[in-house]
Design a protein around this ligand. Structure first.
Ligand SMILES: *Cc1c(COP(=O)(O)O)cnc(C)c1O
Length: 360
């Protein structure tokens, strides 16, 4: 068996140790005689898996009292609607910060539910930076302020937490949750799909401050009502049981790595290795402004786009997979989430150097 270095933006690589453990437990989870996939979500075995996963997630992130952690479904794209349905709370509208493709998806969906004020936009830079806080034109009456903490496609990431006063701060953290410590108390709500940096597709994580619950729009489907899901401990409908189990194994793996502070050191080192090389060659180019370069998704271009296909072909042959950039941005993108070991980034840089030498 050969495992490749998988640079996919999502669904993305998982830690090999987690996959091995899941394989070992596939037919018989801890003497239950059942696969986790076959268990009743209300049975003793799965309830323990669910409770442990929730406790481990809270411990990893240091989720304070007064916040609920929900395991939902529908991904971040569903949350784009679920957030306004739950958080508009009778107010006229909400503020959104536009930093790229995923912010724009959020904005377009939220417009169905209220007056959306784009309080700042990175359009002027071609989405290669984040507008500084001084330029945000926030509405103090807004229901909430929405940001995307890491633009998975553009490779733009906040390395600071915006201060927005009394208005709840909401963040789509799909592609950088658990990559480093995060001060949950600064947010009203965090949400993200699991398939980038946590586990399999199908699970959506929501962390919400309790005072924001219970005011959903009357037309909100029960399954998407945060208050009802919190009351039901995320079991109002059948939760994505196997995805929760794998996410739970990933949480335990993260604890064994030393937790989020240790992951931050590693992730920063991985990103620095790649950006440092990109900055010292004319053959490749990193388009994003230094202060907001993503540690998770690293877009880069070849100076000669005519070589893109050959670059990708050679990378594939070298076991470096899924490096093609998103069609909106073009070029290449290396997604280097928690599960990507530094050896994978070293192999990528070595291949890039070799390719530049041969074709430069
Ligand atoms: C992948 C991604 C999404 C879309 O997630 P789905 O699970 O497909 O709904 C939204 N926002 C960000 C930041 C993403 O990375």
């Amino acid at each position: 068996m050969t495992r490749v270095y998988n640079f996919s933006a999502g669904p993305a690589a998982l830690p090999e140790a987690v996959l091995r453990q899941a394989a070992g437990e596939m037919l018989d989870w801890q003497g239950s005689g059942m696969s986790v996939m076959e268990m009743s979500h209300r049975g003793r075995e799965f309830m323990s898996i669910h409770a442990q996963a929730q406790a481990d997630l809270r411990a990893l992130l240091g989720v304070p009292a007064g916040y609920r952690t929900l395991f939902m479904q529908g991904g971040a794209i569903a949350e784009n609607a679920i957030v306004p349905m739950n958080l508009m709370r009778g107010r006229a509208g909400a503020d959104y910060i536009d930093t790229g493709a995923w912010s724009q998806r959020s904005i377009a969906e939220a417009r169905k539910f209220g007056r959306i004020n784009v309080a700042a936009s990175a359009a002027g830079s071609g989405y290669t930076d984040i507008p500084p806080r001084e330029q945000w034109r926030l509405d103090p009456q807004a229901a909430y302020v929405h940001i995307c903490s890491n633009e998975t496609i553009g490779g733009v990431q906040y390395h600071w937490t915006p201060e927005v006063g009394e208005v709840p701060l909401v963040a789509d953290v799909s592609s950088d949750i658990l990559s480093r410590p995060l001060d949950v108390s600064k947010y009203g709500l965090l949400y993200g799909g699991a398939q980038k940096n946590i586990g399999p597709a199908g699970l959506t994580i929501v962390i919400v401050r309790e005072d924001l619950l219970g005011q959903a729009h009357p037309l909100t489907p029960d399954a998407f009502n945060y208050g009802l899901q919190a009351e039901a401990d995320s079991m109002l409908n059948t939760p994505p049981t196997y995805a929760i189990y794998i996410a739970g194994l990933v949480f335990q793996w993260l604890q064994r790595q030393g937790g989020l502070a240790a992951m931050a050191v590693r992730n920063h080192a991985k990103a620095a290795l790649l950006y440092d090389y990109l900055d010292c060659t004319g053959f490749y180019r990193a388009p994003v402004a230094r202060a907001c370069r993503s540690w998770m998704n690293v877009p880069f271009k070849l100076a000669d786009e005519g070589l893109d296909a050959e670059f990708l072909q050679g990378a594939e042959a070298a076991g470096l997979k899924q490096l093609k950039g998103h069609r909106i941005v073009g070029g290449m993108r290396a997604s280097i989430y928690n599960a990507m070991p530094i050896e994978g980034v070293q192999a990528l840089v070595a291949y890039m150097k070799d390719f530049a030498q041969r074709r430069g």
